[in-house]
Design a protein around this ligand. Structure first.
Ligand SMILES: Nc1ncnc2c1ncn2[C@@H]1O[C@H](COP(=O)(O)OP(=O)(O)OP(=O)(O)O)[C@@H](O)[C@H]1O
Length: 271
C-alpha cells in the first residue's frame, strides 16, 4: 500500500490539538498463555475521548492487549496478566474491582456482529436491565431509543423493534451491537476489528459512527486496515511480536514514523 494513499485518508483535525487526559494507563503489562508469553511489557496511555488504533502484523498481540483493558482475558484458561492497568487512576486488576461493573464501564464490540437471538429492543435493553439503569418501562424505552439513535440505527429499525436482531443486515447488526454497548453508558469502548465482516458501504457507515462516538466515548480499536486506522484514529499504537514498537499521533505514524518496524508495516513490507 502506498504511503501517499494512506496520507490522503488521514482524518485531519485542527493542526494543534490540546493534549487529552489519559483515560486508561498500562504499565509494564505482560500476558502469558500457559508458558507462552504473548505481551512483553506494554506501556501505553489511552487518551480520553479519542480513537486509539492498535495495528501490527497478525499474532503480534493486539487482541490480547485489548482484552486486558476490560479483563476479558480472565475468561481464558491459563491466561495470566501482569503489570498494572488503570482506568481513571484506579487499578482495574485490584481485588476490590467488580468485573461485571468494569465491563459495563469498558464495553466491547467484537469482530463478528453477535446480537442475542432476541428482538432488536431486547438486545439493547438487556444491559440497562441487568445493571438496573432504568426505573420503569418509560426510562428503558428512552435508553433503547437513544442508544439506537446514537448508533445511527434508529431510523432503520424504529418500526420493527420487536423483530429479531439476527434478521438485520451485517452492517445493521454491528450497529445494533454498538447500540447495545452504548446502552449501559460505558466510558470506554473496545472494538476488535469491528468492520472485518462488513462490506465497504457498511464499513464506511460504522467508521463515520466511530468518528462521532469519540465526542462522548474513549475508543480503542484493533484494525488490520491501515486506511481505517488513518481514517478513524487520532493515536496509533504499533505492536510487533508482543512489544509496543511505537505509539504516536496517527498523522505522524503514517507520515514520519520513528520506528523501522512501523515504516515497514505501513508500507506493506511485512504483515
Ligand atoms: N486463547 C489463546 N491461547 C493461547 N495462545 C493464544 C490465545 N490467544 C492468542 N494467543 C497467542 O498470543 C499471540 C498474540 O495473539 P493475538 O490474537 O493477541 O494477536 P493479534 O495481533 O490480535 O493477531 P491477529 O491480527 O491475527 O488477530 C499469538 O501468538 C497467539 O497465538
Amino acid at each position: 500500500m502506498q504511503m501517499e494513499n494512506i496520507q490522503a485518508t488521514l482524518n485531519k483535525g485542527p493542526a494543534v490539538q490540546a493534549a487529552k487526559p489519559t483515560k486508561m494507563r498500562s504499565e509494564n503489562v505482560t500476558v502469558h498463555y500457559g508458558a507462552k508469553q504473548a505481551l512483553n511489557g506494554i506501556n501505553l496511555d489511552v487518551p480520553e475521548r479519542q480513537v486509539t488504533a492498535l495495528i501490527g502484523p497478525s499474532g503480534c498481540g493486539k487482541s490480547t492487549y485489548l482484552r486486558c483493558l476490560n479483563r476479558m482475558n480472565d475468561t481464558i484458561d491459563g491466561c495470566k496478566v501482569g503489570g498494572k492497568i488503570t482506568l481513571d487512576n484506579e487499578d482495574i486488576y485490584d481485588p476490590s474491582i467488580d468485573v461485571v461493573e468494569l465491563r459495563a464501564r469498558v464495553g466491547m464490540v467484537f469482530q463478528k456482529p453477535n446480537p442475542f437471538p432476541k428482538s432488536i429492543f431486547e438486545n439493547v435493553a438487556y444491559g440497562p436491565k441487568i445493571h438496573g439503569l432504568a426505573r420503569n418501562k418509560n426510562e428503558l424505552d428512552e435508553i433503547v431509543h437513544r442508544s439506537l439513535e446514537r448508533a445511527g440505527l434508529l431510523k432503520e429499525v424504529k418500526d420493527r423493534l420487536d423483530e429479531p436482531g439476527t434478521g438485520l443486515s451485517g452492517g445493521q447488526q454491528q450497529r445494533l451491537c454498538i447500540a447495545r454497548a452504548i446502552a449501559v453508558s460505558p466510558e470506554v469502548i473496545l472494538m476488535d476489528e469491528p468492520c472485518s465482516a462488513l462490506d465497504p458501504i457498511a464499513t464506511a457507515t460504522v467508521e463515520e459512527l466511530i468518528d462521532e462516538l469519540r465526542e462522548n466515548f474513549t475508543i480503542v480499536i484493533v484494525t488490520h486496515s491501515m486506511q481505517q486506522a488513518a481514517r478513524v484514529s487520532q493515536v496509533t499504537a504499533m505492536f510487533h511480536l508482543g512489544d509496543l514498537a511505537e505509539v504516536g499521533p496517527t498523522e505522524k505514524m503514517f507520515s514520519n514514523p520513528d520506528d523501522k518496524r512501523t515504516q515497514d508495516y505501513i508500507t506493506g513490507r511485512f504483515g
